[in-house]
Design a protein around this ligand. Structure first.
Ligand SMILES: Nc1ncnc2c1ncn2[C@@H]1O[C@H](COP(=O)(O)OP(=O)(O)OP(=O)(O)O)[C@@H](O)[C@H]1O
Length: 259
C-alpha cells in the first residue's frame, strides 16, 4: 500500500494555505512526522487528506485509488483523523465511546468481534484500566489517549494524528507513541502525526516532513531533516543536532546563537 499527495493546493475561501504540496511514496507501516511552526498548514494538510477540506488542485492516491473518487463513508473507513480538539461530554464509558467510534462507518448492530476489537485496541494502547470510566470524567491526557484509541479502532489504512501528545506527561508521551508505532507497524497502517516536539519526532518517526507557509521544505529521515539549517530558520531558533550517549538524536535549540 502506498499513499501519495500530488501537487495539492488547499485553503479556506481565498486564503491559500497549502501550496502545491507533493509527498510521495508513504508505505504501509510508515510513521511520518509532520513538523513545522504554528499556522504552517499541518492541520490543513490532515483535513485535506481526511476529505474534510476539498483541495483546490492536485490529488491524493492510496495505491491506484484517487481518494476523491471514494464515497464519504468509504473514505472515512480508509483514512481516520484525530483532530487537535477532541473531547466528549456524552454519558458513555470509555469502552462504549470506542465502540461507538468503531460502529460509525459500519452498521449499528454490535457483534462479538466488535467487542473484541475494542478490547484489543484499548489493550494495545495500555488503556484497558480506563474501560469502565466515564468519558467525561477523564483527565485531559486520558481523554487524548482515548481519542487515539477511537481513531485506531476501525483499522483504517491511514491514521492521521494531530498533535497526539500535546496533553501528555513524559511517560505517556513515550508510551502512546511507542504503542501506536508498534501496533500500526504490525497492522501495516500508515501513520502521519503532527508533532511539535522534535525530539519525540526523532525518536519515533521513520520519516519527517517539514512544512512552513504551506510548502514542504524537507522530507527525509529524522537524521537528514533535523540536521538541516532550515530547521532552525523555520522555527526562528538556533539548533544543533547531537547524538546522546544512548544513540538517540537530540535537537538542542536556543533562541539566539551562544557566544
Ligand atoms: N477554518 C479556517 N478558516 C480560515 N482559516 C483557517 C481555518 N483553519 C485554519 N486556518 C488558517 O490556515 C493557516 C494554517 O492553519 P493550520 O491549522 O493548518 O496550521 P497548523 O500548522 O496546524 O498550526 P498549529 O501548529 O498552530 O496547530 C493559519 O493561517 C490559520 O489561521
Amino acid at each position: 500500500m502506498t499513499l501519495e499527495m500530488r501537487n495539492i493546493s488547499a485553503g479556506y475561501g481565498r486564503h491559500v494555505v497549502l501550496r502545491d504540496i507533493t509527498i510521495p511514496d508513504i508505505a504501509a507501516g510508515d510513521f511520518v512526522g509532520v513538523i513545522g511552526p504554528n499556522a504552517s498548514g499541518k492541520s490543513t494538510m490532515f483535513k485535506t487528506l481526511a476529505g474534510l477540506l476539498r483541495p483546490k488542485g492536485g490529488s491524493i492516491h492510496l495505491d491506484d485509488t484517487d481518494l476523491a473518487d471514494l464515497r464519504r463513508r468509504d473514505r472515512a473507513r480508509a483514512v481516520a483523523y484525530m483532530p487537535q480538539a477532541y473531547g466528549c461530554n456524552a454519558i458513555l464509558t470509555v469502552f462504549e465511546s470506542v465502540l461507538l467510534a468503531l460502529k460509525q462507518t459500519t452498521g449499528w448492530r454490535v457483534q462479538d468481534d466488535n467487542l473484541d476489537r475494542v478490547s484489543e485496541t484499548l489493550a494495545a494502547l495500555r488503556l484497558s484500566h480506563l474501560s469502565e470510566r466515564g468519558i467525561s470524567d477523564l483527565s485531559g491526557g486520558q481523554a487524548q489517549m482515548v481519542a487515539v484509541a477511537q481513531t485506531m479502532v476501525r483499522s483504517p489504512r491511514v491514521v492521521l494524528l494531530d498533535e497526539p501528545t500535546s496533553a501528555l506527561d513524559l511517560h505517556h508521551q513515550l508510551s502512546i507513541l511507542g504503542s501506536v508505532r508498534d501496533e500500526m507497524r504490525r497492522r501495516g497502517t500508515i501513520v502521519m502525526a503532527a508533532l511539535h516536539d522534535l525530539n519525540l519526532a526523532a525518536q519515533f518517526c521513520d520519516r519527517l516532513v517539514l512544512i512552513n507557509s504551506g510548502e514542504i521544505l524537507a522530507d527525509g529521515t529524522p537524521a537528514e531533516v533535523l540536521a538541516l539549517p532550515e530547521i532552525g530558520k523555520t522555527y526562528g531558533v538556533v539548533t544543533s543536532l547531537e547524538t546522546t550517549r544512548r544513540g538517540s538524536l537530540f535537537v538542542d535549540a536556543t533562541l539566539e546563537a551562544r557566544a
